[in-house]
Design a protein around this ligand. Sequence first.
Ligand code: GDP
Ligand code: MG
Length: 176
Amino acid sequence: MPSKQRKIAMMGYRSVGKSSLIIQFVEGQFVDSYDPTIENTFTKFIRLNSTEYEVKLVDTAGQDEYSIFPLQYSMDFHGYVLVYSITSSKSFQIVQIIYDKLLDMVGKIHVPIVLVGNKTDLHLERKISTEEGKRLAEKWKAAFVETSAKRNESVTDMFHAILSEIERSDGHMPEK
Ligand code: GDP
Ligand code: MG
């Protein structure tokens, strides 16, 4: 059977760990400083629930409250990973802004999304509780995972979660 192709965008405020999560998942290593301006696409083949997937992960340079939602990210994507850092309230506000813009742009009520609270290893600097993250994801009807790219905690779970979310919505591209 040919593998199912899945294209996923990683979005979120700068410095939350978008690139680190992808590199940990694809290459199995933690890179301490990765050029924040690079927008790369990474490919990984994975097997999940006896299905073979070719996963294309599109890293973005990051968004802020002033960013216009990039038109190219509103098309051709099966799902979105919205990342904040549990150490940054600002990054938690930004995912909500990105979410609103995303829904406006995609023009569809249900978009496969996983909300990710990264940097759980920095528990002393935690600003956003697990409950707050969960509550936001429930409001969105999205999946929720807390991760540490640094310690490789729940990174695989998080990418499996977005594939499951896409599967639930049947893997169709959003209709315009
Ligand atoms: P991006 O701008 O969202 O792509 O963020 P990066 O992946 O470049 O990470 C920004 C900074 O946070 C870098 O210094 C990373 O090493 C660090 N970082 C990323 N993930 C984690 C994590 O899980 N724990 C800790 N302690 N640092 C992290
Ligand atoms: Mg980056």
